[in-house]
Design a protein around this ligand. Structure first.
Ligand SMILES: *Cc1c(COP(=O)(O)O)cnc(C)c1O
Length: 405
């Protein structure tokens, strides 16, 4: 008789995840898997890591109550009971990415690695990795599509100031996907002494688990702060989804609670166009970046270019755990367009005095409809906690081009 269910496979979330990589990388991924089980939970690693988070990054980040935004989204007060913002914009470098970069570089050092490589799209993960490598004293090389190098001059300058070498990638469309391929190629060649710092909860096993372990500090703090500041758990937790690291970091702490989890993907110029990045909502199952997950691909299985006004959501895949959470129904995934994100950024600036990143603005763009839908389901106004993943200074030029709304 055939068993009715496959046994759980390590490195898989349901049918998603795994390790679709060259044989030469398997020993390094095994080493990292072992380190995740032994070094990461060790008292020594935790002490150094927590010390950096506190004294260098500035953690714990605050949890802010957003009274005026709640009122603007719900003037009658019949759908939103409370709105809370987890302030990752106040991390050093302005977003949650530094949590992961510092953790991975620290781990690499403990594994005796002598060199850090990373890929970056808009440069935000590159800047976080260059920062972590600088403060922990390791050389850093960042692969970046040549087109992105041109488009993201300020982040290229930042990385170079931080002592990193930026390597423009001339292949393919000369953007993120090509930079990822090139970083993997470098890693295959130099794997013995090089650590590949992956920037989101994506990539081959154990990266999705490692990154979510390093980002879970967001949700762990938020849960504690919510209980201390409001005395209750939220009804709904909301976060934007690029590769999915801020979202999984936020979700992890609430997984076993009666709390709804909502991720918001980038619908770009609309789901009825080819210019979006809504991998879960409008993608298919495929392999990208060494993992089986949901991807944007054409009829031949070729990975397509993603589009979003926010560079950090402009990724044609998604972390495999989100693909599984969508399939099981434990989390729901919605979308917001470029225009909706821009409007949300303007609203949050005026109502709360916060310039939020355009990535983050996708999560905020859905707060009104999330409150209405879950309020109707629960039959009362809901308490919402949203991950404010980063600050928007980097997006000023984009916002100015778009004009005021
Ligand atoms: C990079 C980035 C994201 C998207 O990445 P995730 O891995 O999905 O969190 C979201 N917000 C900000 C501010 C970012 O810089």
């Amino acid at each position: 008789m055939k068993p009715s269910m496959d046994p759980p496979r390590p490195g898989y979330f349901g049918q998603f995840g795994g390790r679709f990589v060259a044989e030469t990388l398997v020993p390094a991924l095994e080493e990292l898997t072992h380190a995740l089980a032994t070094i990461v939970p060790s008292a020594e690693f935790q002490a150094e890591w927590r010390g950096l988070l506190e004294h260098y990054v500035g953690r714990p980040t605050p949890l802010s109550r957003a009274h005026r935004l709640a009122h603007a989204l719900d003037p009658e007060g019949d759908t939103i009971a409370e709105l809370w913002l987890k302030r990752e914009d106040l991390c050093h470098t302005g977003a949650h990415k530094i949590n992961n970069a510092l953790g991975q570089v620290l781990l690499a050092k403990q594994l005796g690695k002598r060199r850090i490589i990373a890929e970056t799209g808009a440069g935000q993960h590159g800047v976080a990795t260059a920062t972590a490598a600088a403060v922990l004293g390791l050389p850093c090389e960042v692969y970046m599509g040549a087109l992105d190098v041109e488009r993201q001059a300020p982040n290229v300058a930042r990385m170079r100031l931080l002592g990193a070498r930026v390597i423009p990638v001339q292949s393919g469309a000369r953007t993120l996907k090509d930079a990822m391929n090139e970083a993997l190629r470098d890693w295959v060649t130099h794997v013995a002494h090089t650590h590949y710092c992956v920037g989101s909860a994506a990539g081959p096993h154990p990266y999705p688990t490692l990154v979510s372990e390093l980002q879970r500090v967001i949700g762990d703090e938020a849960r504690q702060q919510l209980l201390a500041q409001s005395g209750q758990l939220p009804d709904v937790v909301v976060a934007c989804i690029g590769g999915g690291s801020n979202a999984i970091g936020m979700f992890r702490a609430f997984m076993d609670d009666p709390v709804a989890l909502v991720g918001v993907e980038a619908a770009g110029e609309g789901l009825d166009t080819s210019r979006h990045a809504a991998t879960i909502t409008a993608g298919t199952v495929g392999v990208l970046h060494g993992a089986k997950t949901r991807v944007l691909s054409d009829a031949d299985g070729q990975i397509l270019q993603a589009h979003s006004i926010s560079a950090g959501l402009d990724y044609p895949g998604v972390g495999p755990e989100h693909a599984a959470l969508a399939q099981s129904g434990r989390a729901r995934y919605l979308t917001a367009t470029d225009d909706e994100a821009v409007a949300a950024a303007h609203l949050v600036a005026r109502e709360e005095g916060l310039l939020i990143a355009l990535e983050t603005a996708h999560a905020f763009a859905r707060l009104g409809s999330v409150a209405r839908d879950f309020g109707a389901e629960r039959g009362r106004p809901v308490r919402i906690a949203v991950c404010l993943s980063g600050r928007g200074d980097k997006d000023l030029a984009t916002l100015m081009e778009r004009g005021s709304s």
